[in-house]
Design a protein around this ligand. Structure first.
Ligand SMILES: [Zn+2]
Length: 129
């Protein structure tokens, strides 16, 4: 038997039903206390927009590195923005707007480790025209 899963509204990772949520699973939106405390704010929405904007400047099958977005948010302190950019990318994956690639293949953002690239959701599929 498989338990129900849901995508966290903050980190964009999939999480699985747990007994502590038995009574209010329908209302659960975050995978952890930490994610509940750090709900996406205006800046996080801005990161999402920046990802989509940057992708629009590339050709349809092009991809971007999260660090490109992080550098736009803060050229000096961009490393500290990386996790927020990755979270924003995972939220966009959950909405079907982008995909996350590793070595050119689409991966599940919930369990990929290591360097990632972001592409438009229809990007990696070869077009027949
Ligand atoms: Zn989370």
């Amino acid at each position: 038997m498989s338990l129900p899963t849901r995508v966290c509204q903050t980190c964009g990772r999939r999480f699985t039903w747990r007994k502590k949520w038995a009574r209010d699973w329908e209302q659960v939106r975050y995978c952890s206390r930490s994610c509940q405390r750090h709900q996406p704010d205006d800046v996080d929405r801005q990161i999402e927009q920046q990802i989509l904007h940057l992708l629009n400047t590339r050709n349809p099958s092009g991809s971007i590195c999260p660090s490109e977005v992080a550098r736009q948010m803060d050229p000096d302190d961009w490393r500290n923005w990386m996790e927020r950019v990755r979270q924003a990318a995972r939220r966009l994956v959950a909405r079907g707007q982008v995909v996350i690639l590793q070595k050119g293949c689409v991966v599940d953002p919930s369990d990929c480790r290591g360097p990632i690239r972001i592409a438009r959701s229809q990007g990696p599929i070869t077009r027949s025209t």
